[in-house]
Design a protein around this ligand. Structure first.
Ligand code: ZN
Length: 139
């Protein structure tokens, strides 16, 4: 796992986790990276050195972490999403995949996936976006 600090073209800064240094470019080319605040897809790595952690790829991680000055907006967004989307918990990748392949009716869902699962979904072209919060940190 590598953490990059990212900057969008509007000057927002946020952290995001990637399984390796290639996945940033891959996700960006697929248009799967966007700013947590303004949804701009023009996101660049900041010049800070990436930090490599010892956490396992199997551990559930939220892809973009909240910064304290963003918490208010994020809480409002979280409330809205929780009221709209069905929480499927750990079943996110199987549910998202079933909808993508037409096995289930499409509806907004929210849930957790490991970095490995998220990578597989991205490679299959299943649409999803990482949410700008961690359930452990922001309530
Ligand atoms: Zn932005």
């Amino acid at each position: 796992m590598i953490r990059y600090t990212l900057n969008c073209k509007n000057g927002h800064q946020f952290d995001s986790w990637f399984s390796n240094s290639d996945s940033f470019e891959k996700l960006r080319k697929k248009g799967l990276l966007e700013c947590a605040v303004c949804s701009s897809k023009e996101v660049e790595k900041s010049l800070m050195a990436p930090k490599i952690t010892s956490s396992s790829d199997k551990k559930t991680e939220t892809l973009i972490s909240a910064q304290s000055d963003l918490e208010k907006e994020i809480k409002a967004l979280k409330h809205k999403i929780k009221g709209t989307a069905t929480d499927v918990g750990e079943n996110f990748s199987s549910e998202a995949r079933a909808m993508h392949y037409g096995e289930k009716e499409e509806k907004p869902i929210i849930g957790k996936a490991t970095m490995d699962e998220a990578k597989d979904l991205a490679e299959e072209g299943v649409p999803f976006i990482p949410l700008p919060w961690s359930d452990d940190k922001v309530n």
